[in-house]
Design a protein around this ligand. Structure first.
Ligand code: AHR
Length: 561
């Protein structure tokens, strides 16, 4: 007791020195007794605390799943990525050039391609972002390339060595689909129309011949077309009315000529949508959707973009991506859950004008946005990626899945070296982030069918923040199996999830779990395996199938008969 008291008082307790039970009891005691200042009072209070009934047994949650009830398809496109010409997102992150000593295929780094192939990236949005509305595609074809500036992101040089052909090669190498954003802000409808003709026509036009001369005779597939980016801000500060007029013109004239995309696999056009929940944004959604409702044969849209970053306390982002504590963990996760209300708000407006839900709400920029890492170029948006980001990613993916009937596409920002990245690189080194592993664990949910779950999540409290303790997602995978994801948000307490399954016999559950020693644990080039999924399994005992989940963990299992 005296030993524990000393450890408690001095804060020197080490994890290896006591059992899990004691660690949790002490943590709980520390939280409960944090206001007690007198050493004598503290001794008495701590003795009473320790001798009282066991405090830290795992919390129990009953998760009911009726496997016979099917909801919407969880479109694989919600696992999309975003690669902007920003910092080291494209240059160094993807493109090292064919002469580089870093192993590459036609200039595209091999390690990155291998890692991305493993998470089956469904689509990649490119070239921006704000960059897209200043991008002129002709600078990025042929030889020599035109060297330009990137005024949005640090004012650095863009050598344009990564252009249309290189992007399409990259998409091909990772077996993904192209989501190309055209320049409405500083370009013209003709420039965008020419770009699409250059990429997609099979007819012997001058642009087709130019493409062939540049090394690609077959037409490229452009699966998705972004009609500008944030046109209410960096994309040109347009009013909704002005943008609606532009959107119609671009939708009309920027055509995809690829013969394979005329009947099936038609290119989907995505209009600029809201960037928040305030009246300015609801009015924007109203304007676009009202126009859509009245659209004629000559133009159409298939998606409305929405951007929402997790930023606590507004802009500029001030929270650190490393070296933070439980308070910042709780606050960031509370903030990220706002995504649900935001989707609900804009979906409700869309429902008014599009009750059949033909237009997808495309959350094509989401993720955590923290203060730049000290010493980095602030224009490069460099941040680390921790266990907190893994939990954040799972919570958002579950929100998207719960809105699967309207949210059929999303793109985390951004894929490599920028914001909430999958991958970090430094010259020849590469490390996979906790967020990467969440995307990998969620592979069974790509194109799975949503199955409703019900549970009493309980609460996790820290300071003035209260959060649901657990979150969960269920779906019938394309493999026919029932897949479950359960997130234990609580960073201190384990949780026991008892599965109450209807419509499926279950003897065991197997899969993977991702957790880490601390909420701010990260993977680094020197220690890449700190946050790594581990095999997970549970068997029926006494007729019950119970998942025992670690604190701050993301777990994905299939239920086995
Ligand atoms: O992802 C970084 C930037 O955030 C994008 O360029 C822009 O669209 C958004 O404001």
């Amino acid at each position: 007791m005296l030993l524990i008291m000393t450890a408690f008082y001095s804060g020197s307790l080490r994890s290896s020195s006591v059992s899990d039970y004691f660690k949790r009891t002490l943590r709980a005691a520390r939280r409960t007794l944090s206001g007690v200042n007198s050493p004598l009072l503290l001794v008495v209070a701590l003795m009473a605390f320790t001798l009282s009934a066991p405090y830290s047994v795992a919390q129990s949650v009953v998760l009911s799943v009726d496997a016979s009830k099917a909801g919407a398809k969880i479109d694989r496109n919600i696992f999309g990525q975003f690669a902007e010409h920003l910092g080291h997102g494209v240059y160094e992150g993807i493109w090292v050039g064919p002469e580089s000593k870093i192993p590459n295929t036609r200039g595209i780094r091999t390690d990155v391609v291998t890692a991305l192939k493993a998470i089956k990236v469904p689509n990649v949005r490119w070239p921006g972002g704000c960059f897209a509305d200043e991008y002129h595609w002709r600078n990025g074809i042929g030889s020599p390339r035109v060297v330009t500036l990137n005024p949005n992101w640090g004012g650095v040089i863009d050598p344009n060595t990564f252009g249309t052909h290189e992007f399409m090669d990259f998409i091909d190498q990772i077996r993904s689909e192209a989501y190309v954003s055209v320049n409405i802000g500083s370009g013209t409808p003709k420039e965008a129309a020419d770009w699409l003709e250059y990429m997609t026509t099979a007819q012997p036009t001058t642009l087709e011949k130019e493409r062939a001369a540049n090394g690609h005779s077959a037409p490229y597939k452009v699966a998705y077309l972004g009609l500008g980016n944030e046109s209410w801000d960096c994309g040109g500060n347009m009013t909704p009315e002005y943008y609606v007029d532009q959107m119609k013109v671009y939708s009309r004239f920027v055509r995809n000529y690829n013969p394979a995309q005329q009947e099936k696999q038609q290119m989907l056009k995505i209009a600029v949508g809201p960037g928040g929940g305030e009246p300015r944004w609801t009015e924007w959604t109203e304007a676009i959707m009202k126009a859509y409702q009245q659209h004629t044969w000559s133009w159409d849209i298939n998606g409305l973009s929405m951007h929402s970053y997790t930023v606590v306390h507004g802009w500029p982002p001030s929270y650190a991506s490393v070296g933070f504590g439980e308070a910042e963990y709780a606050q960031v996760l509370k903030s990220t859950l706002d995504m649900d209300g935001l989707i609900a708000k804009h979906s409700a407006i869309m429902d008014k004008y599009d009750p059949d839900k033909k237009v997808t709400l495309v959350v094509d920029e989401w993720g955590s946005w923290y203060a730049p890492l000290p010493g980095s170029n602030p224009g490069f948006l460099v941040q680390q990626n921790s266990m907190r980001d893994a939990v954040l990613a799972a919570l958002n993916l579950n929100i998207f899945a719960r809105h699967a009937d309207r949210v059929r596409m999303a793109n985390i920002a951004q894929m490599i070296n920028v914001l909430q990245a999958m991958i970090l690189t430094d010259k020849e080194k590469m490390v996979l982030t906790p967020t990467y592993y969440v995307f990998k664990m969620y592979l069974p949910f790509q194109d799975a069918t949503f199955v409703p779950v019900s549970f009493d999540a309980g609460t996790y409290k820290h300071g003035d923040v209260t959060l649901p303790r657990v979150d969960a997602l269920a779906a019938k995978g394309k493999d026919g199996k029932l897949w479950l994801e359960v997130t234990n948000v609580d960073p201190n307490e384990p949780v026991e999830v008892e599965l109450n399954l209807t419509g499926i016999a279950a003897k065991s559950a197997t899969g993977e779990t991702l957790t880490a020693p601390k909420v701010d644990s990260i993977n680094t080039f020197d220690a890449p395996n700190t946050v790594l999924p581990k095999p997970f399994s549970a068997k029926t005992e006494g007729g019950k199938l119970t998942l025992k989940l670690d604190p701050k963990s993301v777990t994905v299992v299939s239920v086995e008969p």
